[in-house]
Design a protein around this ligand. Structure first.
Ligand SMILES: O=C(O)CCC(=O)C(=O)O
Length: 260
């Protein structure tokens, strides 16, 4: 039997429903509290960033301010685990010139770089709205990359809300109950890296049977990923996204989790 035939696919509509602008209570009761992923449509309506954020506009607005990004990732199969080795700096407009119109996974400005980039990227905050039903008024951590970035399979120690602003991303989600199949030998990472990589799955046969669901996130859409849900992310286009963790409700699972 082919690997693809053995995979257990969750129904996208059941596992990750799409809903239109829920109230705070609907979101809390049906998704946040029961740890159920969901795509939220309509909540980013009117954000100027959705219309403005072309690569040229981003480069003009931030200019040559130096930014930190993750670079030289291609030669390192564990670039995510050893992310501190990959911190690189460029003037922002040069970083944009390097990724816009290109494809690949070598250079990616990620949420991990957000503290270093907060001041440089502040001019972009004028184009963002707020998600007051779900979050406090603090802007999210920004991800900027070319088509073809790939974040390997991992889970987070917080509930996350992903806000897609530019381009599309495909997010593969696997429930926490699949952890025993995912070779979770190192902190929040899976040795499998990519549950879509047929060659790699030969090394991790249990992972073939891990149930999964794919979500394509488009500009203006939010994805709620509950703490502990495995995910890997691939960008289809030049992409800008924000990750928020500042919910109105408890979000501190990391306190009890063993350090890396
Ligand atoms: O967009 C990506 O490349 C990764 C996003 C992610 O893993 C997250 O926000 O938790």
């Amino acid at each position: 039997m082919q690997v693809a035939e053995r995979q257990r696919l969750l129904s996208p509509a059941e596992a990750v429903p799409r809903i239109w602008r829920p109230s705070a209570n609907e979101f809390l009761e049906n998704f946040y509290a029961p740890s159920r992923p969901v795509v939220i449509e309509g909540a980013m309506e009117g954000w100027p960033a959705l219309a403005r954020w072309t690569p040229d506009y981003l480069a003009r607005t931030v200019g040559a301010a130096p930014v930190t990004f993750q670079g030289d990732r291609d030669g390192d199969g564990d670039f995510e685990l050893y992310k501190d080795n990959h911190a690189r700096t460029l003037p922002f407009d040069q970083f944009i010139a390097r990724i816009a119109g290109h494809r690949g996974n070598d250079a990616y400005l990620t949420a991990y770089n957000s503290a270093a980039n907060r001041e440089a990227l502040r001019p972009l905050e004028n184009d963002l709205g707020y998600l007051d039903d779900f979050l406090t008024r603090q802007h999210g951590m920004i991800w900027i990359g070319p088509a073809g970035t790939f974040t390997p399979l991992h889970f987070d120690l917080t509930n996350n809300l992903l806000a897609q602003v530019v381009g599309r991303k495909v997010i593969t989600l696997l429930p926490p109950s699949e952890t025993p199949r995912l070779a979770n030998t190192r902190h929040v990472f899976s040795d499998v890296h990519d549950v879509g990589d047929v060659e790699r799955l030969k090394l991790y046969p249990d992972a073939r049977f891990a149930a999964r669901v794919e979500v394509t996130l488009s500009p203006g859409e939010l994805l709620y990923i509950p703490v502990g849900w495995w995910h890997q992310v691939r960008s289809l286009d030049f992409s800008v996204m924000l990750t928020y963790t500042n919910f109105h409700w408890a979000n501190d699972a990391y306190v009890d989790f063993p350090a890396a």
